[in-house]
Every structure is written in structure tokens, then in C-alpha cells.
Design a protein around this ligand. Structure first.
Ligand SMILES: C[S@@+](CC[C@H](N)C(=O)[O-])C[C@H]1O[C@@H](n2cnc3c(N)ncnc32)[C@H](O)[C@@H]1O
Length: 247
């Protein structure tokens, strides 16, 4: 998958593919990252990349001309890519949209800085705006890196164990179940016995019940978007009954 990033801080963004599973995916050639710096497209000798906002007020905006020329240059290299502007005003990024993007193909991330980007440039060039949450960070780079990492995990062959992305939270619309490793007893707390009995069906039932129960407790709104089959409904009801008995 090809990802192009327009950023004033390419060295920062390149870190996204240096480590861990994402680094290995890039090494395997599953992920190709190219960074483009609008500063390289400036026409003045100071290489200016910011400009004053009309109407006054604090803060600067990204200068239009270098950004426009950068976008044109990237599009020449990746004509089929969707251009996504990382913005706190964008659509909240979700696992499903990231998965769709991985299937769709190449993407160009535009990282804002200062107070952001001229609205006309967004209207004319940007296909979609994505937000990583209801808070404001100083630039789109960290947001792009979050998306790159999350998408890389979804590229077939990127993860060591093919199944682990499928078991992650949100992959089936639910939160993941809790996990345990050695020691068997930790500060007086034991690993649930079912995980050690070797009965794979019981283990799967336990995991699914926990996943459903956790989602019900922590993110009940997610359950509204998932169609549960009879087995899942029974597991969730069992979890709720037990929870209500205990409380
Ligand atoms: C300081 S912010 C500008 C915020 C803008 N004035 C606003 O309030 O909507 C600079 C850049 O950081 C990026 N950014 C900030 N918060 C973000 C978020 N939650 N998700 C994605 N990108 C974000 C955007 O690219 C934005 O142009």
C-alpha cells in the first residue's frame, strides 16, 4: 500500500514506519511511505510556508501556493490516491474506515500546522477530513502516524499472526477480551481457570462472553451497531445476569 504524507516535518512522520510490526511491514514492501515537504515547493528565498489570516487574529495559516504545488506533485506520482486532511473537525477515525482505506488503496495525508489550511484549498483538493479525537494537537503529523500504524496492522501479511488483527478491539465491532500471561498467580490474583483447562470451545465461549460483557460495560453504544447471533445474545445475557447478581 502506498501512503504519501504532506508535512513540514517529514523526519517525524518517517518514524512511523521504523519500528515494530509497521517497520517489518515496510521492510517486506507491504507499505510504501513517501513524505513531501511544502517547504521544498516555496518560491521565495526565505522558503516561507505560513501566511497571515484574513480578518486578523492570532496565529498563522499554511501558505496556499507551496501547499497547492505540493499536492499537484504528489498527485502526479499517485493519481488514484484519496487526499485526506487530518483535522480536529474531521470525521472521527474508526477501524472500519481504516480497513476500507486499506482495501481501496493509496492515500495522501495532508498534515496541517499553525491554525490549519485555507478553507478553499480544503474544498477544492481534499476528499475527506479525518480526526483522531476531540482534542487539538499542534500538527497533523501525529494524527497521520496514528492512521498509518493502524492501517499497516490491517494490511494482509503485516502481522506475524494473521489472526491478531481480527481479534483486536473493533475488528468485529466489539472490544477485545482480557488477556493473561505467566505467572499463574500475580499479587494474589489468579488466571481464570477456564483458560488453562485446554477445552478450546469453552475458552472461545469465555473469550466471546468477556468481549461482549466488556463492550456492554464500557462502550454500550457499540453494541447497537452489531447484530448479535443467538449464541452471542445468550453469552451477553449470562454476563449481565451474573454482573447484576454480584452488584
Ligand atoms: C493547532 S491545529 C489547528 C486547529 C484548528 N484551528 C481548529 O481548531 O480546528 C493544527 C493542525 O493539527 C492537526 N490536528 C489537530 N488536532 C487534530 C485532531 N484531533 N485530529 C487530526 N488532526 C489534528 C490538523 O492538521 C490541524 O490543521
Amino acid at each position: 500500500m502506498r501512503i504519501d504524507v504532506i508535512t513540514l516535518f517529514p523526519e517525524l512522520v518517517k518514524q512511523a514506519i521504523e519500528w515494530g510490526v509497521v517497520g517489518r511491514a515496510a521492510e517486506k514492501g507491504l507499505l510504501q511511505l513517501e513524505c513531501w515537504n511544502p517547504r521544498d515547493f516555496t518560491l521565495d528565498r526565505h522558503r516561507t510556508v505560513d501566511d497571515r489570516p484574513y480578518g486578523g487574529g492570532p496565529g498563522m495559516l499554511m501558505k496556499v501556493q507551496p501547499l497547492q504545488d505540493t499536492i499537484r506533485a504528489v498527485r502526479e506520482q499517485s493519481p488514484d490516491a484519496r487526499l485526506i486532511y487530518l483535522s480536529p473537525q474531521g470525521k472521527p477515525v474508526q477501524q472500519a474506515a481504516l480497513g476500507e482505506q486499506v482495501e481501496t488503496g493509496p492515500v495522501i495525508f495532508l498534515c496541517g500546522r499553525y491554525e490549519g489550511v485555507d478553507e478553499r484549498l480544503i474544498e477544492q483538493e481534499v476528499d475527506e477530513e479525518w480526526s483522531i479525537g476531540d482534542y487539538v494537537i499542534s500538527g497533523g503529523e501525529l494524527a497521520a502516524m496514528v492512521c498509518i500504524d493502524a492501517m499497516a496492522r490491517l494490511i494482509p501479511g503485516a502481522l506475524g499472526h494473521e489472526q491478531s488483527a481480527q481479534q483486536d478491539s473493533f475488528s468485529d465491532g466489539l472490544l477485545d477480551c482480557p488477556h493473561y500471561t505467566r505467572p499463574e498467580e500475580f499479587n494474589g490474583s489468579k488466571v481464570p481457570a477456564v483458560l488453562m483447562n485446554g477445552n478450546h470451545r469453552q475458552i472461545q465461549d469465555w473469550r466471546d462472553r468477556q468481549s461482549l460483557g466488556r463492550t456492554w460495560q464500557r462502550r454500550p453504544e457499540l453494541l447497537e451497531a452489531v447484530e448479535l447471533d443467538e449464541r452471542q445474545q445468550a453469552l451477553l445475557q449470562n454476563f449481565i445476569d451474573e454482573f447484576e447478581q454480584d452488584s
